[in-house]
Design a protein around this ligand. Structure first.
Ligand SMILES: [Zn+2]
Length: 156
C-alpha cells in the first residue's frame, strides 16, 4: 500500500514537471500547435470553443498536450528542449503508425493535409512563414500523455 502511495506521489511530481514544461512551451509557441500551428487551449475549453466558434468535440482536438520529440530510449529525456506543445489531434496521430515520423516530416505532412481541408479540418488561423522551429530529430516518446482532467487536477 505504502509503495503504491509513494509511486503515486512520484508519478504526480513527474507529470507536474512535464506539464510545467508543456505550459512554458505553450507560451513560447504563442499558444499554437507545434505541428498544425492552430491555436490550442489549456484550462478552459468552453471559452476557447466560444471564441473560435467550435463544438466541444472540435475544441477537444485542439487541447494542448506535451509532445516528446525524441524518445527517452533514444536519449531524449524529459528536458524542456525535448518537449513541445502539440494539439491532442496531432500528438495522438503521430503515434498511430508502427514508427512515428520525424518531427519535421510529420509537421510537413500535417500542414499539407490541413491546407487541403483534411486533417482535423479546423484551419482557424492561416499558416505562418515556416521558420526552423522543427529542428529536433526523430522518434517520439511512447509514454502516454495525461488527459486534461488529470493534468488540471495535478497542476491545481
Ligand atoms: Zn496540431
Amino acid at each position: 500500500m505504502r509503495t503504491a502511495l509513494i509511486f503515486n506521489q512520484l508519478w504526480c511530481a513527474f507529470m507536474a514537471k512535464i506539464q510545467k514544461i508543456r505550459h512554458s512551451r505553450f507560451v513560447s509557441q504563442q499558444g499554437k500547435c507545434f505541428y498544425c500551428q492552430q491555436p490550442m487551449w489549456e484550462g478552459n475549453p468552453e471559452v476557447f470553443a466560444r471564441d473560435y466558434h467550435l463544438s466541444h468535440r472540435q475544441a477537444e482536438f485542439l487541447r494542448s498536450t506535451a509532445e516528446h520529440l525524441v524518445a527517452r530510449s533514444e536519449g531524449g529525456g524529459n528536458s524542456a528542449s525535448n518537449i513541445v506543445a502539440a494539439c491532442h489531434f496531432c500528438n495522438s496521430r503521430r503515434h498511430w503508425g508502427r514508427t512515428a515520423l520525424a518531427p519535421e516530416s510529420y509537421a510537413r505532412k500535417v500542414r499539407a493535409r490541413l491546407a487541403k481541408g483534411k486533417w482535423h479540418g479546423l484551419l482557424v488561423l492561416p499558416f505562418e512563414a515556416q521558420g526552423g522551429s522543427a529542428s529536433i530529430s526523430p522518434e517520439a516518446c511512447p509514454i502516454d500523455i495525461p488527459t486534461a482532467r488529470q493534468s488540471q487536477s495535478m497542476s491545481g
